[in-house]
Design a protein around this ligand. Structure first.
Ligand code: PLP
Length: 362
């Protein structure tokens, strides 16, 4: 079988050159006689890998020196718990903007630790847009404001970041990191699961302003869940996800080879523009998200009936385009256009949509 155009939301498509490099390195990494998977994480060879991975990420995201980069496990979902436990005192107020399913889960985890307040909640409108956040809506004593920068399931994004004054902004960037350029300094903490735009699953990247790392964590916080412990040990308190870190490093070099995040952002905007315009002009496909808050990474759209959706997905599958089904909680279709999705894939999808609208079924 030929490789397909994979529109999956995550784990998602990776660039072919990265996969080929992994294949080349797999059984014998750079003539060392063993695979990265078989190496001690304390070996010189592996140390060079993790250091290069961090240095490359720092270059492509322009991460200032007063921010630590942590390579953790547990997915973005574990950060829903680690963030309150490290950034807030027990019972302290933490503000959350609930703009989707993952944002809601983050809020729920916050409630276990403190006074987690939803300053906005878009559930009643099925998360079709991003409610505006005015500074007066925030608690001046809040430990942070948590936002989901890109809502993977509903296909919305913050196209401008909220102003939070002195309250640290915490951003779940799982599905937009490296897809769009952000000024790291706008955030107190950024986190992202790797499996959308940074390689295989198993790795979570946390970028945290060092002054937010507590000198001493609340004693009930497990050692493994303390940012301070992870930062002090350069993410090697225990065995880190060695292979996923190596693969993420290759992804970061690939981003750099493409000209960097800004170049990819421009390409991503072009891909999204083409697909959204096709949807807006269509009589049978409908955009799920409001245009002003639409995501450049996850394009959600629906058809009038489930049967029609199934026919369309089948036709796309037959043409070599896969994983276009919307999340089970939303239905319809979703095309994820992360960095590894080339323009040709989007053009092929658009052609399929036009043909479908014109009555073709193959
Ligand atoms: C995928 C995703 C998550 C969950 O990530 P896991 O690594 O599966 O825990 C959280 N937030 C957002 C925005 C996501 O896209």
């Amino acid at each position: 079988m030929e490789r397909v155009y994979n529109f999956a939301a995550g784990p998602a498509a990776m660039p072919l050159p990265v996969l080929e490099q992994i294949q080349k390195d797999l059984v014998n990494y750079q003539g060392k006689g063993l695979s990265v998977m078989e190496m001690s994480h304390r070996s010189k060879t592996y140390e060079a890998i993790i250091q290069d991975t961090e240095a490359t990420l720092r270059r492509i995201m322009k991460i200032p020196d007063d921010y630590a980069v942590l390579f953790l496990q547990g997915g973005a979902s574990l950060q829903f718990s680690m963030i309150p436990m490290n950034l807030a005192k027990r019972g302290q107020t933490m503000d959350y903007a609930v703009t989707g399913q993952f944002a809601g889960k983050a809020w729920e985890e916050g409630k276990r630790w403190g006074n987690a307040v939803a300053v906005t909640n878009g559930k009643a409108d099925n998360f079709r847009y991003i409610p505006k956040i005015a500074p007066r809506m925030l608690d001046q004593d809040a430990a942070f404001l948590h936002i989901t920068v890109n809502n993977t399931i509903f296909g919305t994004a913050y196209n401008t970041l909220p102003e939070t004054g002195n309250i640290p902004l915490v951003g779940d960037m799982s599905s937009i990191i490296l897809g769009r350029e952000y000024e790291v300094r706008k955030f107190g903490l950024i986190y992202a699961g790797a499996q959308k735009n940074m390689g295989p699953a198993g790795l979570t990247v946390v970028i945290i302003r060092r002054d937010l790392i507590p000198a001493e964590a609340d004693p009930v916080v497990p050692t493994m869940l303390q940012y301070g412990v992870m930062a002090k040990n350069d993410s090697m308190y225990n065995t880190p996800p060695t292979f996923a870190i190596y693969a993420a490093g290759l992804m970061y070099h690939w981003v750099e080879d493409q000209g960097g995040v800004r170049e990819l952002e421009t390409a991503n905007n072009r891909k999204a523009e083409l697909l959204y315009n096709t949807i807006y002009e269509s009589k049978i496909f409908n955009a799920a998200a409001e245009a002003a808050d639409r995501s450049p990474m996850n394009v959600t759209f629906t058809l009038a009936e489930d049967a029609l959706t199934a026919d369309f997905l089948k036709m796309a599958e037959g043409r070599g385009m896969t994983n276009l089904k919307g999340h089970r909680s939303v239905g319809g279709c979703r095309a994820s256009l992360y960095n590894a999705m080339p323009m040709e894939g989007v053009e092929m999808l658009v052609q399929c949509m036009l043909d479908f609208e014109n009555g073709k079924r193959k």
